[in-house]
Design a protein around this ligand. Structure first.
Ligand SMILES: [Mg+2]
Length: 202
């Protein structure tokens, strides 16, 4: 099976890193939950949207290497490779942050993949099958051209987009149960990487 995987908030969890950077900058109270949305909500509620915007450039650029893989990602990729599945990362993100220093966000993400998604020096996903596109449309086109049988993403708007290829099974990654029945109607929903492997095994 050809399995396509989203990157941000699907393979990579930024919760701990946003919390850490926000604490370092002194822009959140210490008791703020270690959660990206809690950091964002606090900054918005206190009228500091630009701080939030610039912090994204810091996290996705300068500090990217400190971001963590979701629990179970490495085990899933190892299992899927051994089971003969063909894996790709298909993501979209801007090349540079909207505010602040102009880090190359694609280069930072690719370096993260090289550093974190390997075992014994061997990449778990072939580098030629790691795609960072600039737009949502290009991402949807890549899902189609790679011939994904299945695509995993944390955003229903990708999985339910009119341009989502009809031959690809959409699967929603929803570890915190943010999405209700509407999202589930058209997309299979998993709460963890372990759950995805268990489902594919059956
Ligand atoms: Mg995502």
């Amino acid at each position: 099976m050809r399995i396509g995987l989203d990157f941000d908030n699907t393979i990579v969890s930024y919760d701990v890193l946003f919390h850490k950077v926000a604490l370092e900058q002194g822009v959140i109270p210490p008791d703020t939950p270690a959660n990206k949305l809690a950091v964002r909500d606090h900054l918005r509620a206190t009228g500091r949207e630009p701080v939030w915007t610039e912090m994204q450039g810091t996290v996705y650029g300068a500090r990217m290497d400190e971001a963590l893989a979701y629990p179970g990602v490495i085990e899933f990729l190892q299992w899927a490779g051994q089971a003969g599945h063909d894996l790709a990362i298909i993501s979209h993100k801007t090349r540079h942050p909207f505010l602040g220093p102009q880090y190359d966000l694609h280069a930072a993400a690719r370096a993260w993949v090289e550093h974190h998604l390997c075992v014994a020096g061997q990449p778990l996903i072939p580098p030629a099958q790691v795609f960072f596109e600039l737009t949502k449309e290009a991402k949807l086109a890549r899902i189609a051209s790679f011939g994904c049988d299945l695509f995993l993403d944390d955003l229903p708007e990708i999985l339910l987009a009119p341009g989502f290829p009809s031959a690809t099974r959409p699967v929603l990654f929803d570890p915190e149960g943010h999405h209700g029945a509407d999202a589930v109607l058209a997309a299979r929903q998993v709460r963890s990487w372990h759950e995805l492997a268990k489902w594919l095994e059956t």
